[in-house]
Design a protein around this ligand. Structure first.
Ligand code: FAD
Ligand code: DLZ
Ligand code: SF4
Length: 508
């Protein structure tokens, strides 16, 4: 009898643990485009198209490699809507003795997988997803006796384990982290390096027609140009290393008004789908440094994002779920402004970040953190609504990576399980890192006037409202010293302006 391996849309790696466990001659691989997965949040249409196209390409590759693949295309009228339905339908038609799975990217899906044994009366094996450097159990062990979880220490252990940027057990350049060199504002030089674009082939065009016809959700679908196979993703990686990596570090935090990508890699979709292996990506970056093509601050910064932040964030997710999704440290409950879905706001920084998101299903890290994230925190939007927005709108979004970035990093809804303080900032930060403010109808230099930048009053009001929760935090001392210096009349004016902003939020 055969075994059945269900491969989800973000498990598109030829070396996936569950695929390695199969006997290609007799075992079955099941892949399915499913209504429940495609609609449980209002995914950007480019994200849905990316996943369907990459899945179809991957299924073909497996068939060419001799696997017995059973593939269900999206059918809006089908009663088979979920992973459970798809497995049940397969078991109804075939003799299967065991179900073999790889650990999924969401607690919700793991819960479903763990229910299969009871549901179907068959043995179920869930294998470790060894496309990551560290496992959830290892992370839990690392975290066990620590009061606070700090990415930097975890990152160092990942450097030692992988040997990346290490010589004789020591970090190359005698320093672990070059972040302090990576905060330059970009003023147009050197020219921005755009990511490689891929023209849709027949498979992708067919998917784009399906998604265009059946999904009327968020985001533009024209101009689809993302890598959908490992071959394309490797070309995108080589292009990034050649053209963008040398400047990745210097301008990592920059917020230019008219560049969507600057020197970012746009490799997250390929990494998260499994088209690229994180170690392969880091080794390509390290080689560029060893060849003298890219400086150490750029290469170390890039590698830290992948074996540091990416691994750490996943560890936090599996350590804290399922309760993590309910975190609401500030006890806030405002609705997400409607213009998060349209970009229709005169606040230039937010307009640019959301407009890029609509067009590309992408915004770079500082836009996600310091523009859309920071604003949602200052405004006091209910965490669940913020998280659902991020999960929907970015082509690289899966809950394991989206949720801790949103709740833990951007809006501090977890009260600091790994961030040492909220990333709260006024318009001054956005002005310092880019040129949005020069193109904005609001005045970043004003705090409370009619034309004052809304970030400003909301920032001070946020500090004032949350003094009880935050003023004990040593890293907030400077900020609270500044709050103390405010005269009562200043405080009253801030509160008035913040209230006006909240009351008129949809019109800003
Ligand atoms: P680059 O800037 O070129 O960075 C290289 C790679 O490092 C990325 O491809 C990514 O794999 C990794 N990386 C960098 N920062 C992080 C991080 N904080 N967490 C995990 N991996 C990281 N990333 C996602 O992949 N999916 C998400 O849903 C997601 N949601 C986010 C939500 C918020 C509020 C914030 C602040 C960050 C989020 N990130 C997410 C992290 C980061 O913003 C994206 O990985 C990055 O913008 C993707 O673009 P890039 O490939 O050009 O990245
Ligand atoms: C995100 C997504 C979408 C839009 N569609 C599918 C799908 O039709 N079939 C599938 O197997 N996976 C899809 N996915 C990815 C899953 O939601 C993903 O596997 C879980 O979120 C776990 O990471
Ligand atoms: Fe954004 Fe304020 Fe600058 Fe306008 S003035 S771009 S709202 S930070």
């Amino acid at each position: 009898m055969a075994r059945l391996c269900l491969v989800t849309g973000d498990q598109l790696s030829a070396e996936l643990a569950s695929l390695r466990a199969l006997d290609r001659d007799q075992d079955h691989v099941l892949m399915a485009e499913l209504a429940d997965e495609a609609t449980y949040v209002q995914h950007h249409r480019k994200k849905t198209a990316l996943i369907f196209s990459a899945m179809r390409h991957f299924a073909r590759l497996l068939e060419d490699d001799g696997y017995r693949v059973f593939y269900r295309r999206f059918d809006p009228s089908s009663e088979i809507r979920s992973f459970t339905d798809a497995v049940r339908a397969h078991l109804d038609e075939h003799d299967i003795e065991e179900i073999v799975l790889t650990w999924p990217g969401e607690w919700r899906v793991l819960d479903m997988f763990e229910g299969f044994e009871r549901e179907f009366g068959l043995p179920v094996t869930v294998l470790e997803d060894d496309r990551f450097v560290s496992t959830p159990a290892e992370f839990a062990e690392w975290a066990e006796d620590r009061k606070t979880l700090r990415m930097e220490f975890f990152y160092r252990s990942m450097r030692k384990r992988t040997g990346l940027l290490m010589d004789d057990g020591e970090p190359v350049g005698e320093q672990w982290n070059y972040d302090q060199e990576n905060r330059r504002k970009w003023t147009g030089e050197p020219e921005a390096a755009r990511p490689m674009r891929f023209t849709p082939d027949d498979v992708t065009r067919e998917v784009l027609d399906t998604v265009g016809e059946h999904f009327d959700g968020f985001g533009e679908i024209d101009d689809f140009d993302l890598p959908v196979t490992t071959g394309q993703a490797r070309r995108a990686l080589a292009h990034f290393v050649e053209h963008a990596l040398p400047c990745f570090g210097d301008f990592q935090d920059a917020l230019p008004d008219d560049e969507d990508w600057l020197f970012h890699s746009r490799l997250s979709t390929s990494l998260n789908l499994g088209l690229l292996d994180p170690i392969e990506v880091c080794e390509a970056a390290e080689q560029a440094w060893r060849d003298g093509h890219a400086p150490l601050n750029a290469v170390e910064g890039f590698i830290r994002q992948i074996i540091g932040w990416r691994e750490f964030i996943r560890g936090v997710y599996w350590l804290k779920m399922p309760d993590y999704a309910e975190e609401n440290f500030f006890g806030v409950d405002r609705d997400l402004p409607g213009w998060y879905w349209t970009g229709d706001t005169e606040m230039r920084c937010l307009h640019r970040a959301i407009d890029a998101t609509r067009r590309n299903a992408y915004a770079h890290h500082i836009q996600r953190l310091m523009v859309t994230g920071n604003f949602a925190m200052l405004l006091g939007v209910e965490p669940r609504q913020v998280a659902d927005w991020y999960l929907a709108v970015y082509a690289d979004a899966y809950e394991w990576v989206e949720l801790p970035n949103v709740l833990g990093m951007a809006i501090y809804a977890d009260g600091g399980s790994f961030a040492s303080k909220p990333y709260a900032a006024s318009g001054k930060y956005i002005q310092r890192m880019g040129d949005h403010c020069a193109n904005c109808r609001y005045d970043v230099g004003e705090r409370t006037g009619e034309k004052s930048c809304p970030f400003n009053a909301l920032y001070w009001d946020f500090l004032m409202r949350n003094e009880d929760r935050l003023s004990d935090n040593g890293r907030m001392t400077m900020m609270y010293r500044n709050v103390e210096r405010l005269k009562p009349a200043d405080k009253a004016a801030i509160t008035r302006r913040a209230n006006w902003i909240r009351d008129h939020i949809e019109t800003l």
